[in-house]
Design a protein around this ligand. Sequence first.
Ligand code: ZN
Length: 724
Amino acid sequence: MTLSRFALSALLLCPHAHAQTILGFSGASAARQTAVETKFKSIPSPDEEQRQHKIFTAEPHTAGSKRNNELADYIAGEWRKQGLEDVVLRRYDVYGTNPKSASLEMIAPTHYKALLREAPIAADSDSKNPAISSAWLGMSISGEVTAPIVYAHSGNSEDYDLLRKNGISVKGKIVLVRYSNPYSYRGFKALTAQREGAAAILIYSDPAEDGYKQGKVVPEGPWGPEYHIQRGAITYDFMVPGDPQTPGWASVPGAKRIPIEEAVSAPKIMALPLSWHDAKPLLENMDGPVAPETWQGGLPIEYHLGGERVRVHLKIEMDNGLQPYYVVEGRIRGAELPDEWIVLGNHRDAWVFGGVDPSSGTASMMEVTRALGQLTKQGMRPRRTIVVCSWDGEEIGLTGSTEWGEQFADELRAKAVAYINVDEATSGPNFEGQAVASLAPMLVETSRTLQDPSGKSLYDAWKESSARLRREAHIEAEVTDANLSDTRIGSGSDHTVFLNFVGMPVLGLGFVGDYGVYHSAYDDFFWMNHFGDPGYRYHTLTSQLWGVTALRLANADLLPFDFAAYASNVRQFVEELSKANEKNMWEQPPSAVQPGEARQPQLDLKPVLDAINTFEAAGHDLNEAVSRKLAAGQLDPKLAANINHGMMQVERNWLNPDGIPGRPWFKHILYGARFTYAHLELPGLTEAVEKQDWPTARQQAEILQHALEKNTKLLNELNSTLTP
Ligand SMILES: [Zn+2]
């Protein structure tokens, strides 16, 4: 429902002119909810956020490590003390990927042995911790090779085309690529190098992207210093996330496992990350043509394409034994509707200390659970159940959340209202709110009730920073309530299984800023206290927002989904697809059409657009009917349950059990991700259109049309029960 319409009707009927109105709440419930939220917001404190953050960032805690498992026990213990119920550890036995050793040596034209380590910084005591790992990438294969090295810019497909034009093959060679410019997920770079026949890939952090060319570096500023190494995994989780040996089912102990050779998400190439300190000697000794202007980086050298002169010896040894990962699960059981769940999650595992990623989110989660526990003890138990999870192995391939989601998929499809993810809570002051389009209006509404540390409402601060960031990115669209939330959801965090496999609406919350130490040892307590969030005010705000959003979903009389907003988003997706592929969408170019003859489309999207229009109309009708019902006050519990279950079903109906072509695990027909992790709307349809595979495109369009019709029918049934 639109806020203005609902606010107006509620104001007209409500005797107290200033009474709070909230999407999904009757007047009386909104007043109760406001009291609950006021209490909730008063609990998270900057001091507690910092105290928790210090605990989580005290030691390196990679997936499955002893320290990460100790933290799982710590979380479970804290949650029990805080008052959470049914706290359990879920164990998954997954394909392990831990570094045993790695070495890289230039053997010609001169000798250089790469450090593969990050130098300690005097001001930052954590940077001296001997437990900090050396350079490694999760899911690299073990091996040893001596070969020439080629500079392949970002390692995207078009970069190899340019190398080919220059007569340079990478077959059997080692490619050196940068992390960004343009950004693509490192796993995509690895797959591209593997397909090109390279023997190994080295991925380094160029100062142009996250170092001194951006601004001051650690310890003077937030950007990456000379020695920082961006670790990470190269799992092909854009094909299927989670344990590569259990695609589509949970890795519970004893589960069936496929051989690793058959696992599509397991890379078959050696890979290692480098600091620019280690990359520079390689780059400055390379021969071959001078790299194009756009390939030149931030180092004070001329970048060449290489290919002959520089030879390196690379050796990587990994331990791939089966390894347990632990998901910590707790809940506050719903007082009235215990079988309707709001699920909250954050991953626990970090590449090193995880100052931003993920321990800022973990600290925020601990304050959410403390506040929820206190509310419950004071008699303000939520109506629905709130489930909270601490994931393991997100960094390896979204593993913990994927296995958990696969294990409980049926139960989640029956009970789950939504999933709210917080990965990195804070790397700066700019709010980024992500939501499936049906929940975007409620997220915007919730932001109005919170205060940003700047003194403005979070809503105003969000609008201002969005406008600024859009100007900087030369995006013309003006910021409005309708486009404030980011409704283009790709992959890259733990929401993936819930959206793309289970069919749950998802939200993602976090604050971002200048951050050049991602996945390095310098992403730590020192960094957070000096640059990311000194004073922990944005951590606190994250906890408040996360909790209030969860409580609105948990306590609403009628769930605050806006399907008219969903329809208008889907229309935008279809229109953008048509526009981007206009040239190819027709059988003949306009010049080939005889006068009086109609052009024949390869793909006619009119039936889809018609189906969107009727879905939108049904969504509008439902918004109005819900609004009227809530304004009238009295709600029959059986009727409310019927409406809410119907609304929960809408997201499930966007799933195609066969998945998108070539990637059966990804079942959502509106949301997907490209191999680069970039968001990909209407994934099955879009990929078919881009390939000009018209039979598949027509089939995917039909699937979309049928899903829209199914959901229109569902909404109309709900409307008829609300408006007899
Ligand atoms: Zn993360």
